[in-house]
Design a protein around this ligand. Structure first.
Ligand code: AVJ
Ligand code: FE
Length: 434
C-alpha cells in the first residue's frame, strides 16, 4: 500500500503539495470574470481563496517555520479571513487571477526550498514530523472543497467534471436478506481524539476516555429517498419536529426542501453543478442544514448522534476499517466522482460495529456543539479552532466526496453554523438503547 503521508518522507510531502496545487489550479482554470465575481454572499470570490492559500503558506511555512523575510506583507490584511467577512471580500483590492497564480507559485518554490532544508526530526512542534506541511496541505484541500461549494452555488454548468461513476447500488443494501438498517454499539469507554497522529489539528487533541451507554446508530447516511418521505409527510410544515430556532428559520425563509432541490411535476429534481437531474433516491441526502437534520431525526423517532457516538462507531482507528489509507472500495473521497455514492456502496469500509460510509460521501451533522476536549491546547494559532468554540457551531464528521484523504480521518472535526446548507453535508440518525 501507499505510505501514509502523515508519516511522510520529503518526496511524498512534495508530491502531495503538488497534487493539492494541481487541484486548486484545476478548480480555478476559469474565465477571469468567474474568478472575480462573487457567486454567493456566503462565499469568497474564487480568486480570494486561491491567493489566500498561498498567503497561508507564506505565513506558516516561509515565515514561521523557515524564518524567511516576508515576500508580500502588504497583502496579509486582504487575505486574513478574520479581518474581512466573506461577503465583503469582493470589495477588497484583491490580486487579479494572473497575479494570484504568480504569487502562489513564487511562494511554493520557496516552500519546496524550506522542505528541502528542514529536519523532520527537529523537536520544534511546527517542524516535527513535517507538521507545518501537513497544516498547509490540509488547508489547501479544505479551501478546494470550499471552492467546489462556491462552484455549486454558482449554478454555472460545465465547470466541474463529474469524475468516474461512484460504485453502483450494492444489492446487500436492499431487499430480503439485507443487513439491518441500524447497528448496535455496546456500552463502555472508548478513546476519543488523538495524541499520536502527527498531522492532527489541535481540536482533535488530546486523546481522552469517554464512557457511553449503548446506542443504535444508522448503518448508512439518510438517503434522498428517506428524506423525501419526510418532505412528503409535510415535515417542513409541522412544528412538532423542529427546534424553535429552526422552525423560525424555515418559516421566515420559506424553506421546504434541501438546497438545490426543485419540484418538477410530482418528483424532485436537483441542480448538480449547473445541470438539472432527478434527485437520485439512493444517494445520501446533501445540502441540508443542522436544523433540517435534527427535524428529520425527530420525525423518524430518532435523534442525531453526538460526535462521541459517531467517533466510537469508528472503533478507535484512523479509519473505520483500520489504519490503512482509504481504498476506492472503502470510501468516496477526493472528488473521484462529483457526488456521493449510493447508500450501501462501501461495505468494505464498515467499522467494527458494522456502520458504513462513515468516512467520505457526505459530512455528517452531529448533535454536538464545537467545544474543546478536556486539556485542549491551542496550536499553532487560536484562530484555527479556539475562537470558534462555544454554542455557536455544530460539529460535522467524516468528510464528503469532495474531501481529500489527507483531511479525512475518524478524529477530524469540522464545524459550521446550524443554518448552513452549501457544504456537502448530510447526516445519519441514532437512538438510545433503552
Ligand atoms: C474547518 C472548514 C470550518 O473553512 O472555515 C480554512 C477550515 N480554516 N482556513 C473553514 C479553514 C482556515 C475551516 N473549517
Ligand atoms: Fe483558510
Amino acid at each position: 500500500r501507499e505510505p501514509d503521508p502523515r508519516h511522510a518522507p520529503k518526496e511524498l510531502i512534495a508530491a502531495e503539495l503538488a497534487a493539492a496545487r494541481d487541484r486548486s489550479l484545476a478548480y480555478t482554470d476559469l474565465e477571469d470574470d468567474l474568478l472575480v465575481r462573487q457567486h454567493s454572499p456566503l462565499m469568497s470570490p474564487l480568486v480570494w481563496d486561491l491567493a489566500h492559500v498561498g498567503n497561508y503558506e507564506e505565513l506558516w511555512v516561509l515565515r514561521e517555520a523557515g524564518g524567511i523575510t516576508p515576500l508580500r506583507p502588504e497583502i496579509d490584511d486582504i487575505y486574513d479571513a478574520f479581518k474581512h467577512p466573506r461577503k465583503n471580500r469582493p470589495a477588497l483590492p484583491l490580486l487579479g487571477p494572473a497575479e494570484a497564480r504568480r504569487y502562489i507559485s513564487g511562494v511554493r518554490g520557496r516552500v519546496l526550498d524550506v522542505l528541502d532544508a528542514v529536519d523532520l526530526e527537529d523537536p520544534d512542534p511546527l517542524r516535527a514530523g513535517g507538521f507545518v506541511f501537513g497544516l498547509v496541505l490540509q488547508h489547501e484541500h479544505q479551501h478546494d472543497e470550499t471552492m467546489l461549494a462556491t462552484l455549486q452555488l454558482s449554478r454555472e454548468p460545465g465547470l466541474i467534471r463529474d469524475g468516474e461513476s461512484p460504485p453502483g447500488r450494492v444489492p446487500s443494501a436492499v431487499g430480503a436478506g439485507a443487513p439491518s438498517r441500524e447497528v448496535f454499539v455496546p456500552p463502555g469507554p472508548f478513546t476519543m481524539g488523538t495524541d499520536t497522529l502527527p498531522w492532527a489539528y489541535d481540536n482533535e487533541r488530546p486523546a481522552h476516555l469517554v464512557n457511553l451507554p449503548g446506542y443504535w446508530l444508522d448503518r448508512w447516511p439518510v438517503s434522498n429517498g428517506d428524506y423525501a418521505a419526510f418532505v412528503a409527510d409535510g415535515g417542513y410544515g409541522d412544528r412538532r419536529w423542529w427546534r424553535p430556532e429552526g422552525w423560525e428559520w424555515v418559516s421566515a425563509k420559506g424553506i421546504h426542501a434541501p438546497l438545490f432541490w426543485t419540484r418538477n411535476g410530482d418528483g424532485w429534481w436537483r441542480d448538480r453543478f449547473g445541470r438539472m437531474e432527478p434527485v437520485p433516491p439512493d444517494e445520501p441526502v446533501q445540502h441540508v442544514s443542522w436544523y433540517e437534520a435534527d427535524a428529520y431525526a425527530r420525525w423518524a423517532g430518532k435523534r442525531l448522534p453526538t460526535e462521541a457516538e459517531w467517533e466510537k462507531a469508528c472503533g478507535g482507528r484512523t479509519f473505520p476499517w483500520g489504519d490503512a489509507e482509504p481504498r476506492a472500495d472503502q470510501a468516496g473521497l477526493g472528488h473521484r466522482a462529483a457526488r456521493p455514492a449510493p447508500v450501501g456502496a462501501y461495505p468494505a469500509g464498515a467499522g467494527p460495529y458494522g456502520a458504513e460510509q462513515l468516512i467520505g460521501d457526505v459530512w455528517e451533522w452531529t448533535s454536538s456543539w464545537f467545544q474543546p476536549y478536556p486539556g485542549f491546547r491551542s496550536f499553532p494559532y487560536a484562530e484555527y479552532s479556539e475562537v470558534f468554540f462555544g454554542e455557536t457551531y455544530r460539529v460535522l464528521r467524516g468528510g464528503s466526496w469532495a474531501t481529500h484523504p489527507t483531511a479525512a480521518r475518524t478524529t477530524f472535526r469540522n464545524w459550521d453554523y446550524p443554518i448552513r446548507r452549501q457544504i456537502f453535508a448530510g447526516f445519519r440518525c441514532a437512538r438510545g438503547a433503552g
